[in-house]
Design a protein around this ligand. Structure first.
Ligand SMILES: Cc1cc2nc3c(=O)[nH]c(=O)nc-3n(C[C@H](O)[C@H](O)[C@H](O)COP(=O)(O)OP(=O)(O)OC[C@H]3O[C@@H](n4cnc5c(N)ncnc54)[C@H](O)[C@@H]3O)c2cc1C
Length: 391
């Protein structure tokens, strides 16, 4: 006989772990089935940036709600998520000042400590970086966290509240009867539940197919690397999204920076590909841009690089919630996080748990991310315009 739960969560990345934590905190009986181990997918490769600045206000709101969890991790979750406050700069050419200022004003209205800083101020905040005709949004209280620790900590807290984690269990079928999900079949046996959540990251399309759906989620492949930072590079180095150079970077400990590029991400392909290696020219391209922005890094050296994969939706924003008439009742989506779903996970899990248990999210607003927007042809777009993040 199959084990019975209230909710089955497919995937133990940061999203599945957060959802399990919030569901279990509410007393729901949760089983998380994970084909590998906690944080084996995108989460284990994530760069862990924790900032609020988004061009879509609904995303900024989720990131802002989540940041309170990162700040107060010990009291709210227990354990450690490795949150490190470094300050955060979102750099744009001055031609984009109006959009940057409008977004920053909206974030300030949420209560975020955010302001527009000019070149001189950018140089004061980050003395090692070269600034041209540029302007930035600055969030002094943002930084980065450790994604694997974050997911493990959430899962440990979920288990302490009664959740069950089954690792090495690949979901091979989603059972249905009368238009409703009834459970899953896995490589380690069957589990019954009236609710099944697709939190399968880069595998989300495949899991959707098991429920009879053709989700518009492609695999997004993103390379990152670690550059050694010589003592000659002025500190501190904050977290920086450097749009003029289509790049982001952040400190990793005291003598390295982690760097990722916004362009030339591979879109499509199998989620099963190995991620141990970055593309052949990644290090060269990343080093050239890093030296342009941080000239003293001319003496830096690449220590390592690799790749990671997430699920990408057409508007590069997640699908959160039920599937309406497009799929079976009781089937929920918490996927398509499109390369930016680490920082929002504590808030998304809260909203998803409320939606599943109460019929609506009350603490955070996840309604804009409903799958229905895709069916209606209403992609989400930043209120003041935007440039597509991944290209
Ligand atoms: C290189 C990289 C850098 C990133 N940097 C940032 C950043 O700085 N800030 C930020 O906010 N976001 C960032 N992201 C995005 C963020 O990491 C992801 O959006 C987030 O980790 C997604 O979490 P998840 O739980 O949805 O997916 P995942 O972590 O991929 O978890 C999905 C899990 O589902 C499991 N699974 C799949 N199929 C099945 C099945 N059939 N049965 C059972 N289990 C299954 C997988 O094994 C996996 O463990 C980055 C992503 C990458 C790849």
């Amino acid at each position: 006989m199959a084990d019975t739960a209230d909710v089955i969560v497919i995937g133990a990345g940061v999203q599945g772990s957060s959802l399990a934590f919030h569901l279990a905190s509410r007393g729901a009986k949760v089983v998380v089935v994970e084909r590998s181990v906690v944080a084996a997918g995108a989460t284990g490769r994530s760069s862990g940036l924790v900032r609020v600045h988004y061009e879509l206000l609904a995303e900024a709101k989720l990131a802002w709600a989540a940041q309170a969890w990162f700040r107060e991790w010990g009291e709210r979750v227990g354990g450690d998520c490795g949150f490190t406050v470094t300050g955060f700069l979102w750099v744009e050419p001055t031609a984009n000042r109006a959009r940057l200022a409008a977004n920053t004003a909206a974030h300030r209205a949420l209560g975020v400590d955010a302001s527009i800083v000019e070149a001189d101020e950018i140089r004061r905040i980050a003395p090692g970086i070269a600034v041209d005709d540029e302007v930035a949004a600055y969030e002094p209280a943002s930084g980065y966290a450790d994604p694997s620790m974050t997911a493990s900590s959430l899962m440990a807290a979920a288990k302490a509240r009664g959740a069950r984690l089954v690792q090495g269990a690949e979901v091979t079928a989603i059972q249905q009867a009368g238009g409703r999900v009834t459970g899953v079949a896995t490589s380690q046996g069957a589990f019954d539940a009236p609710v099944v959540v697709n939190a399968a990251g880069g595998w989300a399309k495949r899991v959707g197919e098991l429920a009879g759906m053709d989700l518009p989620i492609r695999v997004w492949r993103h390379d990152t690397g670690y550059l050694g930072v010589p003592a000659s590079v002025p500190r501190p180095i904050p977290v920086v999204i450097d749009n003029p150079n289509a790049m982001y970077f952040r400190p990793e400990g005291s003598d390295m920076v982690l760097v990722g590029l916004e362009d030339d991400n591979q879109i499509g392909g199998s989620p099963d590909r190995a991620t141990s290696d970055a593309g052949p020219d990644f290090e060269l391209r990343a080093a050239e841009r890093m030296v342009r922005r941080v000239p003293a890094l001319i003496d830096g050296d690449f220590r390592a690089s690799h790749s990671g994969q997430d699920g990408l939706t057409p508007d590069q924003r997640p699908f959160l919630g039920g599937v309406g008439s497009a799929g079976p009742a009781g089937f929920y989506l918490d996927c398509g996080h499109s390369g930016t779903g680490f920082k929002t996970a504590p808030a998304v899990g809260l909203g998803m748990a409320e939606l599943i248990l109460d019929g609506a999210a009350s603490s955070v607003d996840i309604a804009p991310f409903a799958y229905q927007r895709h069916l209606d042809g209403r992609p989400l777009v930043g209120e003041h315009g935007e440039e597509v993040l991944w290209r």
